[in-house]
Every structure is written in structure tokens, then in C-alpha cells.
Write a protein that binds this ligand. Structure first.
Ligand code: GLY
Length: 400
């Protein structure tokens, strides 16, 4: 009898918590939808409106999106179409779908050219990946499969990873470089291997994840941003930073890419090594996280507490942890879900939401601090992972 009462109480508590989480996610998704409509209106009011111009950032002190032309060198061009697809998923609004289609189509050329760098995955999976997932349109599938083959041309079998920045081979005389962000682009390869592409794409993704696991992480499980490899021996030369504070610091978004990336690798392979490993990465991040659950841009910036935050890192990690929580049917899984919700609550507060001040979803992201670029700004990828995380939270509760 006691057990039945305990079970029933737990069930009631869970349903109550899920309902509260859903209400919270619904409210945030309504907010995202209003901001998306506002952005579209503002973009269309421009006399030179153009579907190849993608919202990229709103800098501190500005109130309008700065747009950049969709190009191979513009790594964020897939996020705005991705935001539109997620908003369509949340609202079912056909007008948003039509806009998502047009922005997505403006990236088709990327499936027909050689790879500029590894960001091809971000560019095409956030746009076409979501487009195909939500519509099943075979034309989108073909474009994704072609792009996966193009991305795979950057794989170096001697090293075992994808060359992230081909330009740095000449410009910086780095024989082969791999950056932690590249973990995110493996999703396109895994997807392609599961959807009629060559099985080698799966092998490349696994090789990249394993080689990165071996070389990219320090004893405290923080990661280097960049690892340079020797193309003759295939061995690691050194680990350094590019966008972080120092080679040995923990750059918040880099750690986020790693947490999200290895969670995705576990989803795709079911290899328990990734599940074990990603918990170490997540714990290293959570152990050092500030009390408002949004990190400073780099955990080791000596200017803390006067250093800028990075809301984008928080959104990436929240989305990754929500997925990770579903693979751990235990207290640890619950604690990741709890942490992710805390992150999303903080991001949804008046401190981090742009609200009336700007048409973006979020404020306070840091793009490239060493370069003094996009510091304390609204940045499109923060919005992308924020809306994704809210949709994941809703899905997670409806699956229970
Ligand atoms: N280059 C990707 C990033 O800024 O995280």
C-alpha cells in the first residue's frame, strides 16, 4: 500500500512538473514566434530586401539585425532558415514555412561547390536538415546527401579527422587543424549514412569523434579550441585556442559544442564510450558555471565578474543537456534536465531576452572576444539553439 501511495505521489509530482515546464516552453515559443514575425517585417521593410541576406547579429547599442550574404565564408547563414523552420514546427504557420523555404533555397548553391571549410555542416544541416525533417521533401534530401559527400572531402585518413579550416594550412602554416566546433558538423555525416549515403560517412564521423576525444581534451575535461596535427605522422602537434582566452582556458561555447556534439554521437552510434565521456565534459562545465546558469564567455577570463557573458553557449549546452538527460534513466539524467531548465529560465528572464529592445530572441552573446567582434551582442546562433531547446523540452515532456 505504502509503495502504491509513493508511486502515485511521484506520478502526480511528475505530471505537475511536466505541465509547468510545458507552460514555460509554450510561453517562450510564443515569444520566439512574435520576435520572428517582427524580424521578418523589419527585413521586408528594407527597400533592397533579398532572401540571400541572413540576419547575423545585433551589436550592443544597435536595434536592427545586421545581415550578411549567404556565402561559403559566412558560417552562420543556415541559422536564420533554421529558426524559421523551428518556428514553423512550433506554430504550424504556413506563412512562416513559405519564408523558411525561400531562405533555405538560397543556400542550395553550397551543395554544388567545393567545401570552403567544415562549417558546411552548420550551414546546411540547420537549414536543409530541418527542412527535410519537417517536410520529407526528397529534393531537400538530395541536397543534403550531396553536401555530406562534399564535407567528407575534408577528411584526412592519416590524421583521422576533418580539416576544419583549409585556409589556415597556408595562412598559419598549420599542416592540419581540427576545431572543437567541427563536432557539430558530424551530424550531417551520420544523417547521410542513415539516409542512403555511403557508409564511409559514418566511419569518418566516428573516426573524427574518436581522434578528437583522444587529442582535444585536457585532464580537467575542458577542451582546446584547435588541435594542430602533422599530416605525415598523423600525430598531434599541439592544442591551442583561437576564440578562447588562452590555450589552457575553458572557452564556454567550445565546451558547449563538445557537450552537444558527443551527446549527438551517442545518439547516432549508441557507443557507451561517448555517453561516459560526455558526462565528464558536462560535469566540468557545470562545476564551474556561474549562479545564473549563463557562463562568462570564457571560464578563465581574469576580468570575471566584469567579463561579458555568452548566452549562445548557454543555449547550446541547454539543448545538449536536454538530449543527454534522455539517455540516462537515473538521478544524473534528472540533474542534467534540471540544469538545462535553469539555463533556459535564466535565458528567458528580462536580463537575457531582448523583448521590445530588439527583434532577436536573446541578448548578451559573445562571438569572438580575442578579435573584439560580436562582444555582448545578439547573435543568430544563440536564438537558434534557444528555440531548439524549448522545442526539445516540450518534446521530452510529451514523450513521458
Ligand atoms: N566558429 C564557431 C564559433 O564561434 O563558435
Amino acid at each position: 500500500m505504502k509503495q502504491i501511495i509513493l508511486g502515485l505521489s511521484l506520478f502526480i509530482l511528475c505530471s505537475f512538473t511536466n505541465k509547468t515546464d510545458n507552460k514555460f516552453a509554450d510561453k517562450a515559443l510564443r515569444y520566439c514566434s512574435n520576435q520572428t514575425i517582427r524580424t521578418l517585417k523589419e527585413l521586408k521593410a528594407d527597400s533592397v530586401f533579398d532572401y540571400t541576406m541572413m540576419p547575423r547579429n545585433i551589436l550592443n547599442g544597435q536595434s536592427k539585425w545586421n545581415c550578411r550574404k549567404a556565402a561559403k565564408e559566412e558560417w552562420t547563414a543556415g541559422f536564420w532558415p533554421g529558426v524559421l523552420w523551428y518556428d514553423y514546427e512550433a506554430t504550424g504557420d504556413k506563412k512562416i514555412k513559405a519564408e523558411a523555404e525561400k531562405y533555405t533555397q538560397s543556400l542550395e548553391f553550397l551543395s554544388k561547390t567545393s567545401a570552403y571549410d567544415h562549417d558546411l555542416g552548420f550551414l546546411m544541416f540547420c537549414s536543409y536538415g530541418n527542412a527535410y525533417r519537417l517536410t520529407g521533401n526528397p529534393a531537400y534530401k538530395k541536397i543534403l546527401l550531396n553536401t555530406a559527400d562534399t564535407l567528407a572531402t575534408l577528411f584526412n585518413p592519416k590524421v583521422g579527422t576533418i580539416l576544419s579550416w583549409p585556409r589556415a594550412v597556408k595562412e598559419r602554416t598549420w599542416p592540419h587543424n581540427t576545431i572543437i566546433d567541427n563536432m557539430m558538423n558530424l551530424e550531417l555525416l551520420f544523417w547521410a549514412a542513415r539516409n542512403g549515403g555511403n557508409h564511409k560517412l559514418y566511419d569518418i564521423a566516428v573516426s573524427h569523434a574518436n581522434t578528437t576525444m583522444k587529442n582535444h581534451f585536457k585532464p580537467d575535461y575542458s577542451c582546446y579550441h584547435v588541435v594542430i596535427y602533422d599530416t605525415i605522422t598523423g600525430k598531434k602537434i599541439k592544442g591551442i585556442t583561437h576564440q578562447g582566452y588562452a590555450d589552457n582556458s575553458m572557452w564556454a561555447r567550445g565546451q558547449g559544442w563538445a557537450i552537444y556534439g558527443y551527446t549527438m554521437c551517442y545518439r547516432e552510434t549508441k557507443d557507451p564510450i561517448y555517453l561516459e565521456f560526455v558526462q565528464c565534459l558536462a560535469d566540468a562545465y557545470l562545476k564551474r558555471l556561474s549562479s545564473d546558469y549563463v557562463p562568462y564567455w570564457d571560464f578563465d577570463d581574469p576580468a570575471i565578474p566584469n567579463a561579458p557573458r555568452d548566452a549562445s553557449a548557454s543555449a547550446v549546452v541547454a539543448s545538449g543537456l536536454l538530449e543527454l538527460s534522455t539517455y540516462l534513466n537515473n538521478a544524473k539524467g534528472e540533474s542534467y534536465k534540471h540544469a538545462a531548465i535553469k539555463m533556459l529560465q535564466s535565458l528567458s528572464s528580462s536580463v537575457y531576452q531582448s523583448r521590445k529592445s530588439k527583434p532577436s530572441f536573446l541578448l548578451h552573446s559573445t562571438g569572438n572576444w580575442p578579435n573584439h567582434s560580436e562582444v555582448d551582442a545578439s547573435i543568430i546562433y544563440a536564438d537558434y539553439y534557444y528555440i531548439e531547446a524549448m522545442l526539445r523540452l516540450k518534446r521530452l515532456n510529451s514523450e513521458k
